[in-house]
Design a protein around this ligand. Sequence first.
Ligand SMILES: [Zn+2]
Ligand SMILES: [Zn+2]
Length: 292
Amino acid sequence: MEDIFESIFGNFGGFGGFGGFGSSARNSNRPRKGEDIEFYLDLDFFEAVNGVEKEFFVNVKTVCNNCSGSGAKPGTKKVTCKKCNGRGSIRVQRQSFFGTVVSEELCNECNGTGEIVEEKCEKCKGKKYVLVRKKFTVKAPKGVNTNNIMTLKGQGNCGENGGPNGDVYVIFKVKSHELFVRNGNNVFYELPISFTEATLGAEVEIPTLEGKEKYTIPEGTETGTEFTLKDRGISDVNGYGKGNLTFRVKIITPKNLTDRQKELLREFSNEREEHLTEHKKNFFEKVKELFE
Ligand SMILES: [Zn+2]
Ligand SMILES: [Zn+2]
């Protein structure tokens, strides 16, 4: 099946005013547009990053081909509704505080059409449509994000009395990733590095959206430092460039040290005493100022 579709990428803002349904008694035979269908399509993080072709199935109301949408058994006639005498509406009188109130209401026998079928179509049971499980194939473009919608024009539920079909709205939902955190087109993650790598600087292996690569962490890197790879994030769904890839280093404190390692660290610490004292002095001076 060839799907004709028109893409609209924007944020889902709720649908309203579609279809033009009304319950006006006199207009029940006029063509009516079919209902729109909303379908939520889940994508994995990388499917959204790289774009993907997806298939899904939806039950769509389709004009019954047995009765051509009349609801009547082929070869039988439609007869005038006896309840409303073909008017499609009935007059209802009610007693109220202000006296008798007369109102016009839709005839529930013929559903406002003024006629009823002599014998119902056996395929659709007189409903004029049948539910068909329809296969859709959509190409989700690179950079698609949660709440982006794609409109499949005229692929929704069939209209009534020859009215046009509704549309199908494919609403994307992108799953989160265990490492990469997406914020718009930017991607973020935390990179654990060792205390020695941070202190001495090191060439480390970092994950990117395109795979692993080498990155040089400079000497004396503080925990929490962020490094940004410009234009290495996600492609904008509408083609407006790319986001950035940022990682924040997290220094892992060494644990379960051997006696020898502990000894080396103590030795190291003794040599650094002067430097540390300087830091501590500054810190305690600030604390003092704070409480005076
Ligand atoms: Zn039928
Ligand atoms: Zn009627």
